[in-house]
Ligand binder design. Structure first.
Ligand code: ZN
Ligand code: ZN
Length: 563
């Protein structure tokens, strides 16, 4: 059974699924694993008929603690202030730094088909007084909180430490303040110049009310307070937080002992590791989520996250590899299986559920239509868009054997855009392929006699002798295997012969699709010319230009072949 369905089958009653994030800067693509898992869980719960609410919080009362995204003049004044109070550094109309950066991930989620029922902003939740009861309880039980930190995390806070931080009334910073007393209504706080290294407190101290947004709970307590306030039943959390003595364990203990509520079910998830090479240095695209989605479309990105169980790490190395074409191919196989088409090789346990989880749409009819849609393989799209005389739409229609539906045309357009971005930024050198139209490539000289006989048979087939010439990539692909078998030549060497004759390389796109996308007459002439080419001719003049347009029976024009 699919992991999300398994989880959904293990719970009963109304479910509240929650996650939250500090809007501190750019969203790394790996940080999308959590939201995708969250969304898939909510979908699986709903599919079982459970009343489910999906919440996403913006922890925008957290202090600004990274100066990289601040303008130089803002560093001194803004470091340590709540993110919700820091001005938007981009000047593009957002109410705050927090709103600007939260918008980036909200937009990214929407693009991935993740639509929480509600986003909540902690600055507003505090200001509305909703956290006040938890602040009071945490202050009343400060000794217990200190004891939990000591027991669970081996962290020893001083005896006067209290689990809230005040927004300094003088300088507005929150990261620099510490509360040392609580009289049941007010706290005594100090804004210390050297409490943290990344911001300087102003030195103010005094009594103030911690309620109504004037103070916030420490992170572990805030997390547990969210669970109580919103009735959270399921909250996945990253592996880094789920370690022994880590944040999740602290918050779990605080939920039980301080707020007296069972913590939500955890679904710990592993990281997405992006390649060995640093993405940030590769041709400027980086691992920012909004850049990755330009080359890995939403459904394939969701697929990348959901095809692996949450507790297994995902290794993804798209830079200079065929990881992205392989991701598309695997996605297509799962789509084929979902649509009931024959699929070679092993499949994941529940391909139809996996396909549904990867889909942007949740409507089963739309999901089924998309599964059944015709898709041209990604590598073939990438090949075609490099050939000036070819059109992906024409190739797709020929391959499908009919006009594309609106859905299919949209999928193809998305693939073309993704393939362009892939060729520009990620593709290995080997993916940059051009058909040698003008002359038989030099690589043909290295072919053995059996490879030449194979090419001659390909030419005969293209000429449409006993049988009609194959139409479409799949038909050509089968024909290649059949001819190779007949001629007693390994399929691999048959493909090499085709690549040598048409693209002047030892590897290339799927050979059947390559031949199908070329004019049959050109296939005939080129295969015949390459078959007839023998040992390297003495180097004379540059290679002869194109073979003349010739009928099937015309003698083959020997083209200059140089070593
Ligand atoms: Zn902005
Ligand atoms: Zn201050």
């Amino acid at each position: 059974m699919d992991w999300a369905d398994e989880l959904a089958a293990s719970v009963t009653g109304r479910q509240v699924v929650n996650d939250s994030k500090t809007p501190s800067g750019t969203v790394h693509v790996g940080s999308l694993r959590g939201p995708v898992i969250l969304d898939v869980i909510a979908r699986a719960l709903r599919a079982r008929g459970l009343d489910t609410e999906l919440l996403y919080g913006v922890d925008d009362l957290d202090p600004m603690d990274a100066q990289a995204l601040l303008t130089p003049d803002a560093v001194e004044t803004q470091m340590g202030r709540p993110l919700a109070h820091v001005p938007d550094q981009e000047g593009d109309g957002h109410a705050s730094y927090a709103r600007h950066h939260a918008q980036i991930f909200i937009d990214t989620f929407a693009g991935l088909g993740i639509h929480p029922d509600r986003y909540y902003w902690m600055s507003e939740v505090y200001a509305a007084g909703s956290i006040d009861p938890y602040i009071r309880q945490a202050l009343d039980r400060a000794a217990l909180v200190r004891e939990i930190y000591r027991r669970v995390a081996n962290v020893q806070h001083p005896d006067d430490w209290h689990p809230v931080q005040v927004v300094c009334e003088q300088c507005g910073r929150i990261g620099t303040t510490i509360v040392t007393r609580w009289d049941g209504e007010r706290v005594f706080y100090e804004c210390r110049p050297a409490l943290v290294t990344w911001a300087h407190g102003c030195g103010r101290s005094g009594w103030t009310s911690p309620f109504g947004g004037r103070a916030k709970l420490g992170w572990n307590l805030e997390w547990a307070a969210q669970w109580s306030l919103f009735g959270v039943t399921i909250e996945p959390s990253g592996k880094d937080l789920s370690t022994a003595g880590g944040s999740r364990e602290r918050s779990d203990a605080i939920a039980r002992e301080v707020f007296e509520r069972e913590p939500p079910l955890n679904v710990p998830y592993e990281f997405l590791n992006i390649g060995g090479r640093k993405m940030s240095t590769s041709k400027g695209r980086g691992a920012a989520a909004h850049r990755i989605v330009e080359v890995v479309p939403p459904e394939q990105l969701r697929f990348l996250f959901v095809r692996t169980r949450p507790n297994s790490a995902i290794e993804f190395d798209p830079d200079g590899t065929d990881a992205i074409p392989r991701l598309f191919d695997e996605f297509d196989r799962v789509a084929d299986a979902t649509a009931g088409r024959d699929v070679r090789g092993t499949l994941p346990p529940s391909p139809d559920r996996l396909f549904a989880h990867a889909s942007l749409a949740t409507d089963p009819a739309i999901v089924a239509e998309r599964a059944a849609a015709f898709r041209l393989p990604f590598a073939h799209v990438a090949f075609i868009i490099q050939q000036p005389t070819m059109s992906a739409a024409t190739a797709a229609e020929a391959e499908k054997g009919g006009a594309l539906s609106a859905t299919e045309a949209a999928i193809l357009a998305e693939r073309e855009a993704a393939a362009r971005a892939w060729l520009a930024d990620y593709a290995p050198e080997g993916a940059r392929i051009a058909v040698h139209r003008d002359a038989v490539p030099e690589e043909v000289a290295k072919l053995d006699p059996d490879q030449r006989r194979f090419l001659a048979a390909v030419a005969d087939l293209a000429a449409g002798g006993e049988a009609d010439a194959p139409t479409g990539g799949a038909a050509w692909q089968s024909a290649i295997f059949a001819i190779a078998k007949e001629g007693g030549i390994e399929a691999r060497r048959a493909f090499e012969a085709i690549y040598a004759a048409f693209v002047g390389r030892t590897s290339g796109p799927r050979a059947g699709w390559l031949l199908a996308s070329l004019d049959p007459l050109f296939v005939l002439e080129r295969a015949r010319a390459a078959a007839a080419a023998t040992a390297p001719a003495a180097a004379t003049a540059p290679a002869a230009a194109t073979a003349p347009a010739a009928g099937a029976g015309d003698p083959v024009v020997r083209e200059g072949v140089r070593p």
